[in-house]
Unconditional design. Structure first.
Length: 206
């Protein structure tokens, strides 16, 4: 090997190692999962779950809410005096407020999956303690039912979830497969042809 070839190979090797180290270093940097906001909107959260000691703004119509004390802004909220803190949880992020939920209140926006799971678990613990749920399954129209998933199997262009509840079995029509066999769920949706339900909200309860 001549001297020029040796030097060229050495330079290429050094550059390759440098690039690899830089890429590894960038990948190892922690992902930012929390930041402080003054401008936010509850409508950015899909099917939000809200816990509030006090709330002074109109929540989205699809929100489930637990309040420590009655609020004229959340007439359909579940009241639970054990509710502590002010936060709203969406599918991929949550707002944790510095105080009362109101316009221009400072809020931390959180996207850490473990924290989201803990907040959701805390919400449902407060929500279930005071909520009395009776499964309502008409022959047609809107439905809200809780039950245990017996199976999820292919059906036509998607899947069907066999949901056993206290009065029988329903078929929940799904576009994508859900790994929920044996799990307890709550389904809100619409029956177009009994016993098939087109869901617009499915919540895991365990």
């Amino acid at each position: 090997m001549d001297l020029v070839g040796f030097i060229a190979g050495l330079v290429v090797g050094i550059v390759s190692v440098s690039v690899a180290v830089e890429l590894a270093w960038k990948k190892s940097l922690p992902e930012k999962t929390c930041k402080l906001l003054k401008k936010w909107s509850l409508s950015e959260l899909k099917n939000p779950l809200i816990v509030a000691e006090k709330i002074s703004i109109e929540p989205p119509p699809d929100a489930k809410i637990v309040v420590a004390t009655p609020s004229p802004k959340a007439k359909n909220a579940v009241e639970n005096p054990e509710a502590v803190g002010n936060y709203a949880i969406g599918l991929t992020k949550a707002y944790i407020f510095a105080g009362e939920i109101k316009e221009n209140q400072l809020a931390f926006v959180i996207s850490d999956e473990d924290i989201l799971k803990e907040l959701k678990a805390n919400f449902y613990e407060l929500y279930r303690k005071k909520e009395k749920v009776v499964s309502y399954v008409p022959s047609k129209g809107k439905v809200r039912v809780r039950g245990v998933v017996k199976a999820v199997v292919p059906y036509r262009d998607g899947y069907i979830m066999r949901l056993a509840y206290e009065e029988g079995v329903l078929g929940i029509l799904l576009k994508e497969k859900m790994d929920v066999e044996g799990r307890k769920v709550e389904v809100e949706g619409e029956i177009t042809e009994y016993p098939f339900v087109t869901p617009y909200n499915i919540i895991l309860l365990d």
